[in-house]
Design a protein around this ligand. Structure first.
Ligand SMILES: C[S@@+](CC[C@H](N)C(=O)[O-])C[C@H]1O[C@@H](n2cnc3c(N)ncnc32)[C@H](O)[C@@H]1O
Length: 295
């Protein structure tokens, strides 16, 4: 059987971790001290998310606060009169706010038909917004947009570097790229206790079953959130409805690929690209927002 290399290990030693990987079924380490991983399953995550967005399709006022946190230090007013691309747009909740703020035009795309149908519905009031079915691996735009953003997508890809290169190509020289990805730092406990359950169990179960588990975990989390919380992200969760939290929990449990990168690994993924003035921020104490200008 033909096998393909899908992961490259950056951190050797006793506890090697992958820079990126397909967590479905790797077949073994090769090259002695863990330099590569081989896999024969390159299925992406878009269809799992299609199921999610078909169910949790409504744009909520709190999505605005969520979006603003992910984009910081960029603010909504930065979008006024600018063109932007929303790569891996999901149900369209992140394009919605900059369009309301007076963005000149938007191109939002995703790679699952159900997701694209929901995004089209959610963004239909904006005649200056195009919603398309497209893969991050097949972007043909060159030097086109003032802003390209990609929120919560890259860490779910088999080939994040290839996607990043395509996104950087799509932005104009002098334009801005904004990426938001999961961090390793701040998620250590989650990665120790919950992530192995996602890998071994919930990402492999039928999606309606995983949804049932998400409802149960949300009920437990809701009780925990009755108590005073110190972390800003937990305080944001306290403001959310049961259904909103359930969508977030489900989103965490379902993907077969979910990478939590250290700052060093993120910078490695962005190395040697025509970018300058790169800023990286530890958002909500558990994720990275990267903002950079194209040279
Ligand atoms: C966690 S969701 C985030 C969606 C959206 N950015 C948001 O924040 O609401 C990840 C999205 O990436 C999309 N995706 C996965 N692989 C993709 C690909 N190859 N091309 C385009 N989109 C992809 C999925 O379909 C899914 O909607």
């Amino acid at each position: 059987m033909e096998k393909m290399v899908v992961g490259v290990c950056l951190t050797g030693g006793k506890n090697p971790r992958l820079l990126y990987q397909n967590t479905m079924s790797y077949t073994g380490w090769i090259n002695g001290n863990c330099n590569m991983i081989i896999d024969n399953n390159l299925e992406g995550t878009q269809h799992q998310f299609g199921y999610e967005w078909d169910l949790y399709r409504e744009i909520l006022p709190l999505h605005k606060e969520q979006f603003c946190r992910w984009m910081a230090p960029i603010t909504l007013s930065f979008f006024t009169d600018k063109t932007f691309m929303d790569a891996g747009c999901g149900m369209g909740r992140n394009s919605y706010w900059p369009l309301l703020e007076g963005a000149k035009s938007a191109y939002a795309f995703d790679y699952d038909e159900r997701t694209v149908a929901v995004a089209k519905q959610n963004l239909k009031t904006f005649s200056n917004c195009t919603v398309a079915l497209q893969s991050l691996y097949e972007i043909e735009f060159k030097n086109e947009f003032d802003i390209v953003f990609c929120i919560g997508v890259l860490h779910h890809l088999v080939k994040p570097r290839q996607a990043i290169e395509n996104l950087v190509s799509a932005v104009k020289p002098g334009g801005t790229v904004i990426f938001w990805v999961y961090a390793y730092e701040g998620n250590e406990r989650y990665l120790k206790w919950v992530n192995p359950i996602r890998q071994a169990v919930t990402s492999r179960l039928p999606l309606p079953v995983t949804r049932g588990i998400a409802k149960l975990l949300t009920a437990i989390l809701k009780i925990w959130l009755w108590f005073p919380q110190k972390k800003p992200y937990m305080q944001l969760l306290q403001k959310m409805s049961f259904r909103h939290i359930e969508a977030i929990v489900f989103d965490q449990l379902l993907p077969t690929i979910a990478n939590y990168w250290t700052k060093e690994e993120v910078l490695e993924l962005l190395a040697e690209l025509p970018l300058q003035n790169l800023q990286i921020q530890h958002t909500n104490g558990m994720s990275w927002t990267i903002v950079a200008e194209k040279v």
